[in-house]
Design a protein. Structure first.
Length: 186
């Protein structure tokens, strides 16, 4: 709970600072207008200037927000999620090789990258991986369940002996897995 509040406070503080930077010219124009009213000068011209500077800043802020939300953030999140998918693929390959040699799967993690082990698991930087051996409920055979997330990614990637995939889980279950992986590394 405290961790969520602290994270939210940091994010809000970041956006407030960014807004102050973007709207700094407007703040100066409004300050000049307020000072000119105290001096008894021509404040109407400064009011129009402050409004026009605000409009220019608002358009600039809109363009920055649009550019970030459409081009930078989704592309970066997709790259981070691809790193988690690659980690799951190496974990599946490693688990299959280990199973062929020893007849069982082995436990990995949860670990945060950069990490690699003697069996071939490679975890990239800022990716959290957990592999848990288990019995398949339908067939009763040995199996495993793997989950990976990137610290800055959006998706939970899951893996089984057959394949890696984006976990199509309920939002509550996905949140539970993400929280479990983050909290296990404290």
């Amino acid at each position: 709970m405290l961790q969520d509040v602290a994270g939210l406070a940091i994010i809000v503080l970041f956006y407030v600072c960014l807004a102050i930077i973007v709207f700094a010219p407007t703040l100066y124009a409004v300050w000049f207008y307020i000072v000119s009213r105290k001096i008894k000068g021509k404040s109407n011209r400064l009011l129009k200037t402050a409004i026009s500077v605000f409009l220019v800043n608002a358009v600039f802020a809109y363009l920055l927000l649009s550019l970030a939300s459409q081009y930078f953030l989704p592309q970066q999140a997709a790259e981070k999620d691809a790193a988690a998918t690659d980690t799951i693929r190496t974990a599946i390959a490693s688990q299959k090789r280990f199973f062929d040699r020893h007849g069982r799967y082995y436990l990995v993690g949860p670990v945060r990258g950069p990490y690699n082990d003697e069996y071939g698991v490679v975890v990239e930087k800022d990716v959290i991986l957990e592999v848990t051996p288990m019995r398949d409920k339908k067939t009763g055979a040995e199996s495993f369940e793997a989950y990976a997330i990137h610290v800055w990614g959006r998706k939970v990637v899951s893996g089984r002996p057959s394949r890696a995939e984006d976990a199509s889980l309920e939002p509550d279950e996905e949140h539970r897995i993400r929280a479990k992986l983050f909290n296990s590394l404290k």
